[in-house]
Design a protein around this ligand. Structure first.
Ligand code: DGP
Length: 113
């Protein structure tokens, strides 16, 4: 998607602080961190949100969730972390490219909403 910020990060048109990359997944530090450690994990192929996950693209989502614990270990999240994805307007999704926030590095709030 030519007008998608995260597709531009995948393509290298916008710089990012990468924490992990493979053939189908990219993880990079959030520009506006909400915790001591806050990175985003995205599929390289454009999926708009959780609402667009289906039988034909869910393999990359599965891959993301097997990759997150490996990245978490790599960046030192040994005491737990939180994984969040915002979806659509009510979910306050600002970037319309599926992404999973991984937050940690400190005790997080019990509140999620
Ligand atoms: P969400 O509200 O769930 O759509 O979160 C989008 C996140 O993306 C938000 O925490 C800030 C982050 N973000 C937006 N633009 C950029 C960018 O250009 N670079 C990086 N590293 N993060 C970005």
């Amino acid at each position: 998607m030519s007008d998608c910020i995260f597709c531009k990060i995948v393509n290298g048109d916008i710089p990012s602080s990468k924490v992990y990359e493979d053939d189908c997944v990219l993880a990079f530090n959030d520009i506006n961190p909400q915790a001591k450690v806050h990175f985003l994990v995205i599929p390289k192929s454009h999926i708009g949100s959780v609402d667009e996950i289906n039988e034909s693209n869910s393999n990359v989502v599965s891959h993301i969730f097997t990759t997150i614990p490996k990245i978490a270990k790599k960046v030192g999240l040994t005491n737990g972390y939180r994984v969040i994805t915002n979806c659509g307007q009510d979910g306050c999704q600002s970037v319309k490219h599926l992404h999973f926030h991984v937050l940690g590095g400190e005790q997080l709030s019990e509140k999620m909403a």
